[in-house]
Write a protein that binds this ligand. Structure first.
Ligand SMILES: Cc1cc2nc3c(=O)[nH]c(=O)nc-3n(C[C@H](O)[C@H](O)[C@H](O)COP(=O)(O)OP(=O)(O)OC[C@H]3O[C@@H](n4cnc5c(N)ncnc54)[C@H](O)[C@@H]3O)c2cc1C
Length: 382
Protein backbone atom coordinates (compact mmCIF):
# COMPACT_ATOMS: atom_id res chain seq x y z
CA UNK A 1 0.00 0.00 0.00
CA UNK A 2 1.36 3.47 -0.86
CA UNK A 3 0.34 6.81 0.74
CA UNK A 4 1.42 10.19 -0.66
CA UNK A 5 1.56 13.25 1.57
CA UNK A 6 2.48 16.90 1.11
CA UNK A 7 3.67 19.40 3.74
CA UNK A 8 5.76 22.51 4.35
CA UNK A 9 8.41 20.72 6.41
CA UNK A 10 9.32 17.05 6.60
CA UNK A 11 11.35 15.94 9.63
CA UNK A 12 13.12 12.56 9.56
CA UNK A 13 13.66 11.21 13.09
CA UNK A 14 11.59 11.70 16.25
CA UNK A 15 14.30 12.02 18.93
CA UNK A 16 14.69 15.24 20.97
CA UNK A 17 15.95 17.29 18.01
CA UNK A 18 13.30 16.20 15.47
CA UNK A 19 10.34 16.36 17.86
CA UNK A 20 11.28 19.71 19.33
CA UNK A 21 11.81 21.25 15.89
CA UNK A 22 8.47 19.85 14.72
CA UNK A 23 6.72 21.36 17.76
CA UNK A 24 8.26 24.78 17.11
CA UNK A 25 7.38 24.82 13.41
CA UNK A 26 3.83 23.54 13.95
CA UNK A 27 3.23 26.19 16.61
CA UNK A 28 4.21 28.79 14.01
CA UNK A 29 1.53 27.48 11.66
CA UNK A 30 3.64 25.25 9.39
CA UNK A 31 2.28 21.92 8.18
CA UNK A 32 4.81 19.43 9.51
CA UNK A 33 5.23 15.70 8.95
CA UNK A 34 7.47 13.93 11.46
CA UNK A 35 8.59 10.42 10.54
CA UNK A 36 9.90 8.15 13.32
CA UNK A 37 10.96 4.62 12.58
CA UNK A 38 10.12 3.11 15.97
CA UNK A 39 6.43 2.32 16.28
CA UNK A 40 6.65 1.79 20.05
CA UNK A 41 8.50 3.66 22.83
CA UNK A 42 12.12 2.50 22.93
CA UNK A 43 15.04 2.66 25.34
CA UNK A 44 18.10 4.39 23.86
CA UNK A 45 21.83 4.11 24.47
CA UNK A 46 22.35 7.23 26.58
CA UNK A 47 23.72 8.17 30.01
CA UNK A 48 20.41 10.06 30.58
CA UNK A 49 22.11 13.00 32.27
CA UNK A 50 20.29 16.22 31.41
CA UNK A 51 22.58 19.22 31.64
CA UNK A 52 21.07 22.35 33.24
CA UNK A 53 20.47 24.17 29.95
CA UNK A 54 17.92 21.53 28.90
CA UNK A 55 15.54 22.82 31.58
CA UNK A 56 14.65 26.16 29.92
CA UNK A 57 14.74 24.55 26.46
CA UNK A 58 12.19 21.94 27.57
CA UNK A 59 10.07 24.44 29.42
CA UNK A 60 9.71 26.49 26.22
CA UNK A 61 8.06 23.37 24.83
CA UNK A 62 5.76 23.11 27.85
CA UNK A 63 7.69 20.27 29.48
CA UNK A 64 8.76 20.18 33.12
CA UNK A 65 11.29 17.36 33.48
CA UNK A 66 10.84 17.26 37.27
CA UNK A 67 7.12 16.57 36.85
CA UNK A 68 8.11 13.58 34.73
CA UNK A 69 10.12 12.20 37.67
CA UNK A 70 13.59 13.55 36.76
CA UNK A 71 16.07 13.30 39.63
CA UNK A 72 18.41 16.05 40.70
CA UNK A 73 22.17 15.63 40.12
CA UNK A 74 24.33 17.99 42.17
CA UNK A 75 27.80 16.50 42.13
CA UNK A 76 30.17 14.81 39.73
CA UNK A 77 32.72 12.22 40.87
CA UNK A 78 35.69 11.16 38.81
CA UNK A 79 37.18 7.79 39.62
CA UNK A 80 40.23 6.11 38.09
CA UNK A 81 41.63 3.12 39.97
CA UNK A 82 42.34 4.56 43.44
CA UNK A 83 42.01 8.20 42.42
CA UNK A 84 38.75 9.78 43.53
CA UNK A 85 37.80 13.41 42.92
CA UNK A 86 34.48 15.08 43.58
CA UNK A 87 33.05 18.51 42.77
CA UNK A 88 29.71 20.31 43.04
CA UNK A 89 28.24 21.06 39.64
CA UNK A 90 28.09 24.82 39.03
CA UNK A 91 24.31 24.35 38.55
CA UNK A 92 22.22 21.28 39.39
CA UNK A 93 21.53 18.93 36.50
CA UNK A 94 18.83 16.25 36.10
CA UNK A 95 18.55 12.62 35.12
CA UNK A 96 15.60 11.29 33.13
CA UNK A 97 15.23 8.17 31.01
CA UNK A 98 15.07 8.73 27.28
CA UNK A 99 12.03 6.50 26.96
CA UNK A 100 10.14 9.03 29.10
CA UNK A 101 11.61 12.16 27.55
CA UNK A 102 11.32 11.12 23.90
CA UNK A 103 7.72 9.94 24.30
CA UNK A 104 6.62 13.16 25.97
CA UNK A 105 8.19 15.16 23.14
CA UNK A 106 6.43 13.04 20.51
CA UNK A 107 3.09 13.48 22.29
CA UNK A 108 3.68 17.25 22.49
CA UNK A 109 4.38 17.30 18.77
CA UNK A 110 1.05 15.63 18.04
CA UNK A 111 -0.76 18.06 20.34
CA UNK A 112 0.90 20.95 18.47
CA UNK A 113 -0.64 19.65 15.20
CA UNK A 114 2.32 17.72 13.77
CA UNK A 115 1.37 14.69 11.60
CA UNK A 116 3.38 11.96 13.29
CA UNK A 117 4.07 8.94 11.09
CA UNK A 118 5.35 6.26 13.47
CA UNK A 119 6.85 2.96 12.44
CA UNK A 120 8.23 4.23 9.11
CA UNK A 121 11.91 4.16 8.21
CA UNK A 122 12.97 7.01 5.90
CA UNK A 123 14.99 5.25 3.22
CA UNK A 124 15.63 8.03 0.75
CA UNK A 125 15.58 11.79 0.65
CA UNK A 126 16.09 13.58 -2.65
CA UNK A 127 16.16 17.18 -3.68
CA UNK A 128 14.35 18.37 -6.84
CA UNK A 129 13.76 21.82 -8.30
CA UNK A 130 10.37 22.10 -6.57
CA UNK A 131 11.28 20.70 -3.14
CA UNK A 132 12.17 17.48 -1.32
CA UNK A 133 10.96 13.94 -1.89
CA UNK A 134 11.23 11.38 0.89
CA UNK A 135 10.27 7.78 0.80
CA UNK A 136 9.71 5.69 3.89
CA UNK A 137 8.82 2.08 4.50
CA UNK A 138 6.92 0.52 7.41
CA UNK A 139 8.68 -2.19 9.39
CA UNK A 140 6.24 -4.74 7.92
CA UNK A 141 7.67 -3.65 4.48
CA UNK A 142 4.06 -3.64 3.25
CA UNK A 143 3.23 0.01 3.60
CA UNK A 144 5.14 2.73 1.78
CA UNK A 145 4.99 6.41 2.44
CA UNK A 146 5.93 9.06 -0.06
CA UNK A 147 6.28 12.61 1.20
CA UNK A 148 6.78 15.80 -0.77
CA UNK A 149 7.93 18.81 1.29
CA UNK A 150 9.10 22.33 0.60
CA UNK A 151 11.89 21.80 3.15
CA UNK A 152 13.53 18.80 4.78
CA UNK A 153 15.11 18.40 8.22
CA UNK A 154 17.42 15.53 9.10
CA UNK A 155 17.18 14.46 12.76
CA UNK A 156 18.02 10.76 12.51
CA UNK A 157 20.62 10.97 15.31
CA UNK A 158 23.33 8.34 15.07
CA UNK A 159 21.88 6.88 11.89
CA UNK A 160 22.84 8.35 8.54
CA UNK A 161 20.63 8.23 5.46
CA UNK A 162 22.51 6.68 2.57
CA UNK A 163 22.86 9.82 0.46
CA UNK A 164 23.51 12.09 3.45
CA UNK A 165 26.38 10.46 5.37
CA UNK A 166 28.23 12.55 7.94
CA UNK A 167 31.97 12.64 7.45
CA UNK A 168 34.66 14.08 9.65
CA UNK A 169 38.31 13.16 9.51
CA UNK A 170 38.80 14.61 12.99
CA UNK A 171 36.13 12.50 14.72
CA UNK A 172 36.86 9.92 17.42
CA UNK A 173 34.82 7.02 16.10
CA UNK A 174 36.42 3.76 17.27
CA UNK A 175 34.25 3.40 20.39
CA UNK A 176 31.39 1.06 21.23
CA UNK A 177 28.68 2.19 23.66
CA UNK A 178 26.65 -0.06 25.95
CA UNK A 179 23.96 0.70 28.48
CA UNK A 180 22.45 -1.42 31.25
CA UNK A 181 20.03 -0.68 34.10
CA UNK A 182 20.63 -2.14 37.56
CA UNK A 183 18.75 -2.16 40.85
CA UNK A 184 21.43 -1.33 43.41
CA UNK A 185 21.51 -2.40 47.04
CA UNK A 186 19.81 0.20 49.28
CA UNK A 187 23.18 1.31 50.68
CA UNK A 188 24.79 1.81 47.25
CA UNK A 189 21.68 3.56 45.96
CA UNK A 190 21.87 5.99 48.88
CA UNK A 191 25.58 6.64 48.18
CA UNK A 192 24.87 7.39 44.53
CA UNK A 193 21.93 9.73 45.23
CA UNK A 194 22.37 13.17 43.54
CA UNK A 195 25.74 12.17 42.04
CA UNK A 196 26.95 11.29 38.61
CA UNK A 197 30.03 9.06 38.70
CA UNK A 198 32.45 8.91 35.83
CA UNK A 199 34.63 5.83 36.10
CA UNK A 200 37.76 5.50 33.95
CA UNK A 201 39.19 2.06 33.23
CA UNK A 202 41.80 0.77 30.76
CA UNK A 203 40.16 0.97 27.33
CA UNK A 204 37.17 3.13 28.21
CA UNK A 205 35.00 4.98 30.68
CA UNK A 206 31.54 4.60 32.18
CA UNK A 207 28.90 6.88 33.68
CA UNK A 208 26.73 5.76 36.59
CA UNK A 209 23.71 7.63 37.98
CA UNK A 210 20.22 7.01 39.28
CA UNK A 211 17.21 7.66 37.06
CA UNK A 212 13.49 7.89 37.85
CA UNK A 213 12.14 4.83 39.62
CA UNK A 214 15.42 4.52 41.54
CA UNK A 215 17.30 2.20 39.20
CA UNK A 216 20.86 3.00 38.12
CA UNK A 217 21.96 3.60 34.54
CA UNK A 218 25.45 2.29 33.74
CA UNK A 219 26.48 3.57 30.33
CA UNK A 220 29.95 2.79 29.04
CA UNK A 221 32.20 3.51 26.07
CA UNK A 222 34.99 1.11 25.17
CA UNK A 223 37.46 0.97 22.34
CA UNK A 224 36.75 -1.68 19.72
CA UNK A 225 40.16 -3.24 20.41
CA UNK A 226 39.45 -3.63 24.12
CA UNK A 227 36.03 -5.12 23.43
CA UNK A 228 37.52 -7.52 20.87
CA UNK A 229 40.10 -8.63 23.42
CA UNK A 230 37.17 -9.43 25.73
CA UNK A 231 35.45 -11.57 23.11
CA UNK A 232 32.98 -8.80 22.17
CA UNK A 233 30.90 -9.85 25.19
CA UNK A 234 29.16 -7.77 27.84
CA UNK A 235 29.92 -9.95 30.89
CA UNK A 236 33.72 -10.03 30.37
CA UNK A 237 33.60 -6.27 29.81
CA UNK A 238 31.69 -5.75 33.04
CA UNK A 239 34.18 -7.99 34.86
CA UNK A 240 37.04 -5.96 33.36
CA UNK A 241 35.47 -2.69 34.51
CA UNK A 242 34.88 -3.97 38.04
CA UNK A 243 38.32 -5.53 38.22
CA UNK A 244 39.88 -2.17 37.23
CA UNK A 245 37.67 -0.13 39.57
CA UNK A 246 37.06 -1.26 43.13
CA UNK A 247 34.61 1.62 43.34
CA UNK A 248 32.43 0.20 40.57
CA UNK A 249 32.72 -3.31 42.02
CA UNK A 250 31.44 -1.95 45.32
CA UNK A 251 28.57 -0.07 43.65
CA UNK A 252 27.48 -3.22 41.82
CA UNK A 253 27.88 -5.61 44.75
CA UNK A 254 24.42 -7.03 45.38
CA UNK A 255 23.02 -5.23 42.30
CA UNK A 256 20.52 -6.88 39.95
CA UNK A 257 20.72 -6.22 36.20
CA UNK A 258 17.32 -5.35 34.78
CA UNK A 259 17.92 -6.76 31.27
CA UNK A 260 19.59 -9.94 30.05
CA UNK A 261 21.92 -7.96 27.79
CA UNK A 262 22.79 -4.30 27.28
CA UNK A 263 21.71 -1.97 24.50
CA UNK A 264 24.70 -1.31 22.23
CA UNK A 265 25.75 1.21 19.62
CA UNK A 266 28.92 1.76 17.58
CA UNK A 267 30.55 4.14 15.09
CA UNK A 268 29.62 7.35 16.90
CA UNK A 269 31.59 10.22 15.31
CA UNK A 270 32.51 12.22 18.43
CA UNK A 271 33.66 15.69 17.52
CA UNK A 272 31.76 15.89 14.24
CA UNK A 273 30.29 19.28 13.30
CA UNK A 274 28.25 19.85 10.17
CA UNK A 275 30.06 21.50 7.30
CA UNK A 276 28.66 22.47 3.89
CA UNK A 277 31.66 22.11 1.63
CA UNK A 278 29.77 23.54 -1.33
CA UNK A 279 26.50 25.40 -1.44
CA UNK A 280 24.63 22.43 -2.94
CA UNK A 281 21.09 21.80 -1.62
CA UNK A 282 21.19 19.99 1.68
CA UNK A 283 18.60 19.20 4.34
CA UNK A 284 18.76 21.14 7.61
CA UNK A 285 20.72 18.98 10.06
CA UNK A 286 19.74 18.84 13.72
CA UNK A 287 21.03 17.21 16.92
CA UNK A 288 23.63 14.49 16.33
CA UNK A 289 23.32 15.16 12.60
CA UNK A 290 24.67 18.66 13.28
CA UNK A 291 27.17 18.19 16.14
CA UNK A 292 28.25 15.18 18.22
CA UNK A 293 29.70 15.91 21.65
CA UNK A 294 31.58 13.16 23.57
CA UNK A 295 29.23 11.35 25.91
CA UNK A 296 31.15 12.13 29.11
CA UNK A 297 30.02 15.78 28.73
CA UNK A 298 26.35 14.73 29.03
CA UNK A 299 25.41 17.50 26.61
CA UNK A 300 23.94 15.70 23.59
CA UNK A 301 20.28 16.21 24.47
CA UNK A 302 20.88 19.90 25.19
CA UNK A 303 22.57 20.26 21.78
CA UNK A 304 19.65 18.43 20.15
CA UNK A 305 17.11 20.82 21.69
CA UNK A 306 19.34 23.84 21.08
CA UNK A 307 20.01 23.11 17.40
CA UNK A 308 16.26 22.61 16.89
CA UNK A 309 15.60 25.96 18.49
CA UNK A 310 18.17 27.75 16.34
CA UNK A 311 17.03 25.96 13.18
CA UNK A 312 13.37 26.83 13.81
CA UNK A 313 14.23 30.47 14.50
CA UNK A 314 16.43 30.85 11.41
CA UNK A 315 14.05 28.90 9.13
CA UNK A 316 11.06 31.00 10.17
CA UNK A 317 13.13 34.17 9.69
CA UNK A 318 13.94 33.14 6.10
CA UNK A 319 17.61 32.16 6.52
CA UNK A 320 19.09 29.32 4.49
CA UNK A 321 20.25 25.98 5.82
CA UNK A 322 23.81 27.02 4.86
CA UNK A 323 23.62 30.04 7.18
CA UNK A 324 22.25 27.81 9.90
CA UNK A 325 24.98 25.18 9.48
CA UNK A 326 27.63 27.91 9.57
CA UNK A 327 26.09 29.20 12.81
CA UNK A 328 26.15 25.72 14.39
CA UNK A 329 29.77 25.32 13.33
CA UNK A 330 30.64 28.69 14.80
CA UNK A 331 29.04 27.80 18.12
CA UNK A 332 30.28 24.22 18.47
CA UNK A 333 33.44 23.54 16.47
CA UNK A 334 35.90 24.64 19.12
CA UNK A 335 33.91 23.22 22.04
CA UNK A 336 33.77 19.85 20.32
CA UNK A 337 37.42 19.95 19.38
CA UNK A 338 38.50 20.36 23.01
CA UNK A 339 35.98 17.94 24.48
CA UNK A 340 36.98 15.27 21.95
CA UNK A 341 40.63 15.84 22.84
CA UNK A 342 39.72 15.29 26.47
CA UNK A 343 37.74 12.17 25.61
CA UNK A 344 40.78 10.74 23.83
CA UNK A 345 42.97 11.61 26.81
CA UNK A 346 40.58 9.93 29.29
CA UNK A 347 40.88 6.70 27.34
CA UNK A 348 44.58 6.86 26.50
CA UNK A 349 45.82 8.13 29.89
CA UNK A 350 43.25 7.42 32.62
CA UNK A 351 45.88 8.41 35.22
CA UNK A 352 45.51 12.02 34.00
CA UNK A 353 42.54 12.17 36.34
CA UNK A 354 45.17 12.78 39.07
CA UNK A 355 45.20 16.37 37.82
CA UNK A 356 41.58 16.67 38.91
CA UNK A 357 42.36 15.45 42.42
CA UNK A 358 45.05 18.09 42.72
CA UNK A 359 42.81 20.74 41.21
CA UNK A 360 39.10 19.87 41.74
CA UNK A 361 37.93 23.19 40.27
CA UNK A 362 39.01 21.72 36.93
CA UNK A 363 35.84 19.59 36.93
CA UNK A 364 33.60 22.67 37.12
CA UNK A 365 35.69 24.41 34.45
CA UNK A 366 35.36 21.44 32.09
CA UNK A 367 31.63 21.20 32.83
CA UNK A 368 31.10 24.90 32.06
CA UNK A 369 33.30 24.87 28.95
CA UNK A 370 31.36 22.03 27.34
CA UNK A 371 27.86 23.48 27.88
CA UNK A 372 25.58 24.83 25.16
CA UNK A 373 26.55 28.48 24.70
CA UNK A 374 23.63 30.20 26.45
CA UNK A 375 24.20 33.78 25.30
CA UNK A 376 24.27 32.81 21.64
CA UNK A 377 20.83 31.20 21.91
CA UNK A 378 19.24 34.59 22.28
CA UNK A 379 21.60 36.38 19.93
CA UNK A 380 20.60 34.15 17.02
CA UNK A 381 16.96 33.46 17.63
CA UNK A 382 15.51 36.69 18.98
C1 LIG B 1 26.93 6.25 25.04
C2 LIG B 1 26.20 7.55 24.94
C3 LIG B 1 25.88 8.22 26.11
C4 LIG B 1 25.22 9.45 26.03
N1 LIG B 1 24.90 10.08 27.19
C5 LIG B 1 24.27 11.27 27.15
C6 LIG B 1 23.87 11.92 28.35
O1 LIG B 1 24.06 11.42 29.46
N2 LIG B 1 23.25 13.12 28.25
C7 LIG B 1 23.01 13.71 27.04
O2 LIG B 1 22.47 14.82 27.00
N3 LIG B 1 23.36 13.10 25.89
C8 LIG B 1 23.96 11.90 25.91
N4 LIG B 1 24.28 11.26 24.75
C9 LIG B 1 23.99 11.91 23.48
C10 LIG B 1 22.53 11.89 23.12
O3 LIG B 1 22.04 10.56 23.22
C11 LIG B 1 22.34 12.38 21.68
O4 LIG B 1 23.14 13.50 21.47
C12 LIG B 1 20.87 12.75 21.43
O5 LIG B 1 20.09 11.59 21.53
C13 LIG B 1 20.71 13.35 20.03
O6 LIG B 1 19.36 13.54 19.77
P1 LIG B 1 18.83 13.45 18.28
O7 LIG B 1 17.39 13.84 18.30
O8 LIG B 1 19.75 14.17 17.37
O9 LIG B 1 19.00 11.91 17.90
P2 LIG B 1 18.38 10.59 18.54
O10 LIG B 1 18.04 10.78 19.94
O11 LIG B 1 19.32 9.50 18.17
O12 LIG B 1 17.03 10.39 17.75
C14 LIG B 1 16.99 10.05 16.40
C15 LIG B 1 15.65 9.42 16.09
O13 LIG B 1 15.57 9.19 14.69
C16 LIG B 1 15.01 7.91 14.48
N5 LIG B 1 15.52 7.47 13.17
C17 LIG B 1 16.79 7.12 12.86
N6 LIG B 1 16.88 6.82 11.55
C18 LIG B 1 15.64 6.99 11.03
C19 LIG B 1 15.10 6.85 9.74
N7 LIG B 1 15.85 6.46 8.71
N8 LIG B 1 13.77 7.09 9.55
C20 LIG B 1 12.99 7.49 10.61
N9 LIG B 1 13.45 7.64 11.85
C21 LIG B 1 14.77 7.41 12.07
C22 LIG B 1 15.49 7.07 15.63
O14 LIG B 1 14.62 5.97 15.87
C23 LIG B 1 15.46 8.08 16.77
O15 LIG B 1 14.24 8.08 17.48
C24 LIG B 1 24.90 10.02 24.79
C25 LIG B 1 25.20 9.32 23.61
C26 LIG B 1 25.83 8.09 23.69
C27 LIG B 1 26.13 7.36 22.44
Amino acid sequence: MMASLHCDAMVAGGGPSGSSLAIRLARSGRRVILIERCREPQHKVCGEFLSPETVPLLSELGIDAKELGARCIRRVRLIARDVFAEAELPEPALSLTRITLDEVLLRRAQCAGVSLMRGYNVESLEHASDGWYASAVASSRQEHLSVFADDAFLATGKHDLRAWQRTSAKAQSGLVAMKMYFTLSPRQQAELEENIELILYPGGYAGLQLVEGGCANLCTLTTREKLRSLGNQWHPLLEHMMHSSRHLALRLSGATPLESRPLALSSIPYGYTVEDVDMAPTPWRLGDQAAVIPSFCGGGVAIALHTARIAAGMYLAGSTQHDYHAEIRRQFEQRLYYSTLLSRLMIAVPGAVQAVRLWPALISSIFTATRVPGSSIHAVVN
